[in-house]
Design a protein around this ligand. Structure first.
Ligand SMILES: CC(C)(COP(=O)(O)OP(=O)(O)OC[C@H]1O[C@@H](n2cnc3c(N)ncnc32)[C@H](O)[C@@H]1OP(=O)(O)O)[C@@H](O)C(=O)NCCC(=O)NCCS
Length: 331
């Protein structure tokens, strides 16, 4: 019997670079409250959010993704032709098909790289890090571009008190490639479909055929808040334990940027020592869904708040419900 030649992988994978892009327009809480029955003070107290960015009407998620991707590729010292596969974590690409990733590959000049969208909502980036790391280690790709991008504005009802102030638009990207030593720990991930409706599109696209209004995002805010605060710290701890890393070894904690109170509660439960910098990007950029972790990572590195080469704990969680966490070495 002829044996099949197996793929040739790499002993490790690591994040080579990070890039990000935020749309120009800054939207304040006061502007949100022009149509929402709320106040700047309430929004700050309950979520920590002060501003968010909003994409221009003609700025698509592929436009946002392209800017973040080009920056990450350049910072890795690579050219688009070096990319073997592109993963785009998003839930706001407005075409069921083809994927945003296929168009992005063409836009940046990475053809014929493999292209795939990852639909894991706010956990999408951490899901993508796990997938890209495994692809590189197993040998199905040498260099992977992973982009987290969302234009949440399209799904938001500006009069919904439970969601209108929470979300923003943006993109973040990393290049993940081969490494002699491990730069990405085991991904601790999972889902709970019993809570499918906790953060969900209000109706199916099929209902539009019968004249229903465009869907918006609906969220059981308190239930999601409790789940995030009580169930995500143990998952983050598992990611630390399975990587053989203690909280004391970390340089940074970069959780999904959903709510400053959730971030603080997670940091407290994980008993992070003072020297661990905690990403609090949510204050200025709100919840950019799949983009929030790489945008926050880029900011921590570019401001010098976290050191290149330091260890960071990432955790994404959201609609599905889905969650994923891992320890990475910062590029
Ligand atoms: C949405 C969220 C900020 C709401 O905060 P909360 O403290 O749970 O607020 P509640 O729904 O308990 O409402 C508390 C009070 O504020 C009022 N309220 C609710 N939304 C309001 C708003 N936007 N502005 C002003 N008041 C509001 C309620 O009517 C209620 O008033 P009452 O006490 O007189 O009845 C919070 O639940 C949350 O952050 N959830 C997680 C959301 C999230 O991160 N999702 C993304 C995960 S990927």
């Amino acid at each position: 019997m002829t044996a099949i030649t197996p793929p040739t992988g790499s002993p490790g994978a690591r994040i080579l670079s990070v890039g990000s892009y935020l749309p120009e327009r800054v939207v304040t809480n006061d502007e949100i409250c022009e149509v929402l029955d709320s106040s700047d003070q309430w929004i700050r107290e309950r979520s920590g959010i002060v501003t968010r960015r909003r994409a221009a009407p003609d700025e698509s998620i592929v436009d946002l993704a392209e800017k973040a991707a080009r920056q990450a590729i350049e910072r890795a010292g690579l050219v688009p032709a070096d990319i073997d596969a592109v993963l785009v974590a998003t839930v706001t690409h407005p075409y069921q098909l083809p994927s945003a990733a296929a168009l992005l590959v063409h836009r940046i000049g990475a053809t014929p790289a493999a292209a795939l969208d990852v639909a894991a909502a706010c956990a999408g980036f951490s899901y993508g890090v796990g997938l890209a790391s495994d692809m590189v280690r197993a040998g199905s790709a040498g260099t992977v571009l992973l982009v987290g991008v969302d234009r949440m504005t399209d799904l938001i009802d500006p009069t919904d008190r439970g969601t209108a102030f929470i979300f923003g638009d943006g993109a973040g990207a990393v290049v993940i490639g081969r490494s002699e030593t491990p730069g990405i720990g085991p991904t601790v991930w999972g889902s709970d479909g019993a809570q499918w409706g906790a953060i969900a599109q209000s109706r199916s696209w099929l209902e539009l055929k019968d004249g229903a209004p465009f869907p918006t995002l609906s969220m059981a805010g308190q239930a999601v808040f409790r789940w995030a605060v009580w169930s995500m710290a143990p998952e983050a701890q598992k990611a630390l334990d399975s990587a053989g890393v203690a909280a004391d070894d970390l340089a940074a904690f970069i959780p999904h940027q959903a709510n400053a109170r959730i971030i603080d509660a997670l940091a407290k439960q994980l008993r992070l020592p003072e020297h661990v910098v905690v990403a609090r990007d949510v204050v200025e950029h709100a919840n950019t869904s799949a983009a929030s972790i790489p945008i926050a990572m880029d900011r921590l590195l570019s401001t010098g708040a976290a050191p290149s080469g330091g260890l960071a704990l990432l955790i994404g969680y959201g609609s599905g419900l889905t969650h994923a966490a891992q320890v990475v070495r910062l590029p």
